[in-house]
Write a protein that binds this ligand. Structure first.
Ligand code: C5P
Length: 225
């Protein structure tokens, strides 16, 4: 059994991939399965935390026991749900793959096939939810971001991660290497946990639950109990 060392903490985790509607039947989406966010929520609940899991589109995953699941679709819905839970949560973890862009206009009716060339899809930028949560952070509240980067330690991943941590202003950034079949739609993961105070902890290759445990191990002493 795991230690109940997160008892008294309310943690909110976002997971999965947002879907941005193009018309009533079509969307722009991504390959996120939600598995890493699920593991973070499951492990936190097993360690005694009160857990709110804000889930965009995911693979067919069983809701972890004792977790309060909030289903969302688009980035706008995920944003509203995270801001709502941020009022009470001690720790906010943005593990969701949030679409950076959405179609500029939602077409009311199903777009018809025509003989002429299709119109290009105009996109508009979604707000950066992680940056917003950092800006609205309450004293003592811990905000954690994720960054999926291609490359390896020597060719980019860590450098990108450090820059992203500074840019987003969060307390922790979990950097995981993607590409070449890594991280997305698979059961395992690896990476680095970067802290705003400069600490850089490698997370060895293992299950997504093991990565989740490493993240909670690092955050627990920092979160106000
Ligand atoms: O900038 P990038 O998308 O790589 O940053 C990834 C981190 O930012 C993740 O924690 C993701 O959940 C979050 N994010 C967000 N809002 C966006 C895009 C990403 O909160 N619009």
């Amino acid at each position: 059994a795991l230690p109940r060392d997160l008892e008294g903490l309310h943690v909110a985790v976002s997971a999965g991939g947002t879907r941005e509607a193009l018309d009533p039947v079509r969307y722009l989406g991504n390959r996120s399965s939600g598995r890493q966010g699920w593991a973070l929520a499951r492990v936190a609940a097993q360690r005694g935390a009160r857990v709110t899991l804000v889930a965009a589109h995911t693979a067919d995953l069983v809701t972890p026991a004792g977790v309060d699941l909030v289903r969302v679709g688009s980035a706008a819905e995920l944003r509203d749900a995270m801001h709502a839970v941020a009022g009470t949560a001690d720790v906010l973890v943005m593990a969701a793959a949030v679409a950076d862009f959405r179609p500029a206009a939602l077409v009311e009716h199903k777009i018809k096939k025509t003989d002429r060339d299709p119109d290009p899809v105009a996109l508009t930028r979604n707000p950066d939810i992680l940056a917003e949560l950092v800006a609205a952070r309450r004293p003592g509240q811990v905000v954690v971001g994720f960054a999926a980067e291609t490359g390896d330690a020597t060719t980019g991943v860590l450098e990108y991660g450090r820059a992203k941590l500074a840019r987003k202003g969060c307390d922790w950034l979990v950097v995981n290497a993607v590409g070449d079949g890594r991280a997305f739609e698979v059961e395992d993961n690896a990476g680095w946990l970067l802290s705003a105070d400069g600490a850089e902890t490698p997370i060895p290759h293992g299950s997504k639950a093991q990565l989740a445990s490493a993240v909670w191990d690092a955050i627990r002493p920092r979160a106000e109990l």
